[in-house]
Design a protein around this ligand. Structure first.
Ligand code: GLC
Length: 421
């Protein structure tokens, strides 16, 4: 059997090992529950060989949707003490024990792709999910949108937990009064690959702030101590709305509300442009400063349907410095740290989203390079949580669901102007 076939089988095996029946965990030990965007990627991975299971994943995710429309970032379907912070620290207010924040809304876009793989089976499923996804997007536009920008109330909401983008916003928080806690992540993974204690104190302090107001979205919108506009969140929501709109048209639903969101998000995107570094950047809504970050989030503009050629210069510059996919942070920045989580490593999911964007705007050569590098990272080093972008070493957790899903749904076929350079 060829190497390619072996890897395909291994990828399926990982999804099956992490499959808890109705939902998939990211990896055993480090992340033993259902995570929001991980699940959307898992569904896309399952869809490559088991369409009904893919829909089941999304259905389970939305069973945890809050009354106000939010879909939480962690859903604790069962008890497991090996993870901190657990449901009693969060005290989420939904139908199933959960965290109190959300994650990037990739669901609509991946759901559309799953539906396109089998519209017969998918028709009924998508009809059931459409109003729920619409309600979630409405929650974003009502509670996480200000001055044209989509913002986050916690670094974990971006899914890019310790990105340098949040450094100055976090530094402004005094975590005095944070209740004593014991981290569990560093028992599973080398602490050098994880966020620092100073970051962690502030993460937990922000959780306390949300819990104390009982996750009141209106209060948090006005008073949260952390409000940063994130390009990835903004671009992913814009793209998700475009896909939801197309689904809505197909279902003969009224899409006027979605149209107005698309217009607002398109307009707001220009405010994320930081001319001093010629890049899309994160922007702090509490002190009106840019973060000064060129990160994998900056390249999500194409995925949002904005063919902004200005980002191609940074893209080419950065891709010349790496061999295993787009690093999560500019390798020429002082803040770049090639092993530490979202401060440098390459993540297969980000590569895939950026790759989709490049393919769609017609930048096929650049898209193939990214795919080829992702393919190389996985074929040489397995299904790690993330990779050192320079030498490909696997880092973080292993047997990771979303890395396996990206392999099955995108990286396994190199095709086209296949290009390592
Ligand atoms: C980490 C990542 C986040 C992901 C989660 C589960 O917290 O930063 O994006 O959803 O792990 O894989």
């Amino acid at each position: 059997m060829s190497l390619q076939n072996n890897i395909n089988l291994d990828a399926k095996k990982i999804l099956l090992i992490n499959d808890k029946g109705n939902y998939t965990i990211p990896t055993d030990g480090l992340y033993p529950f259902q995570w929001n965007w991980d699940s959307a990627f898992a569904a896309y991975g399952f869809a490559q060989f088991d369409i009904p299971r893919a829909w089941k994943e999304l259905e389970t995710l939305f069973s945890a949707q809050w009354n106000n429309g939010m879909v939480p970032h962690i859903i604790y379907h069962q008890i497991d003490d090996s993870y901190f912070p657990g449901p009693n620290i969060w005290k989420g207010i939904g139908p199933i024990p959960s965290s109190g924040i959300t994650q990037p809304p990739v669901v609509a876009s991946l759901m559309k792709k799953i539906w396109e793989l089998d519209t017969n089976y998918g028709n009924e499923q998508i009809r059931l999910l459409f109003p729920k996804v619409l309600k979630w997007h409405r929650w974003f536009m009502q509670w996480r949108f200000q001055e044209g920008l989509v913002f986050i109330n916690h670094p974990w909401e971006a899914g890019r937990d310790n990105a340098p983008d949040w450094d100055s916003a976090l530094a402004a928080i005094n975590p005095a009064g944070v209740a004593p806690y014991k981290r569990r992540d560093t028992e599973h993974v080398n602490p050098l690959m994880r966020p620092t204690k100073s970051d962690y104190d502030r993460y937990i302090w922000l959780v306390q702030q949300g819990r104390e107001c009982k996750w009141n979205a209106d209060w948090l919108r006005k008073n949260s101590s952390f409000k940063v506009a994130d390009p990835a969140m903004h671009f992913i929501l814009l793209r998700a709305n475009r896909d939801l709109r197309l689904i809505g048209i197909n279902l003969e639903e009224d899409i006027s509300e979605i149209d107005s969101w698309i217009a607002s998000l398109e307009k707001g995107a220009s405010k994320l442009w930081n001319a001093s570094i010629s890049s899309y950047d994160s922007f702090d809504l509490l002190n009106f400063n840019f973060a000064g970050s060129i990160s994998s989030a900056s390249f999500m503009c194409w995925y949002a349907g904005l063919y902004d050629k200005r980002m191609l210069t940074h893209y080419d510059r950065i891709m010349k410095k790496v061999k295993y996919g787009m690093p999560s942070y500019d390798p020429e920045s002082k803040r770049f740290d090639r092993k530490r989580y979202w401060r440098g490593p390459s993540w297969a999911i980000m590569n895939m989203l950026i790759g989709f964007g490049l393919e769609e705007v017609g930048e096929l050569k650049r898209a193939s390079l990214l795919k080829a590098q992702t393919n190389r990272a996985i074929s040489e080093n397995g299904f790690a949580e993330y990779f050192d972008p320079i030498d490909g070493s696997p880092a973080g957790g292993n047997t990771f669901t979303w890395t396996a899903a990206v392999w099955l749904g995108w990286a396994k076929t190199m095709g086209g102007a296949n290009g390592f350079n």
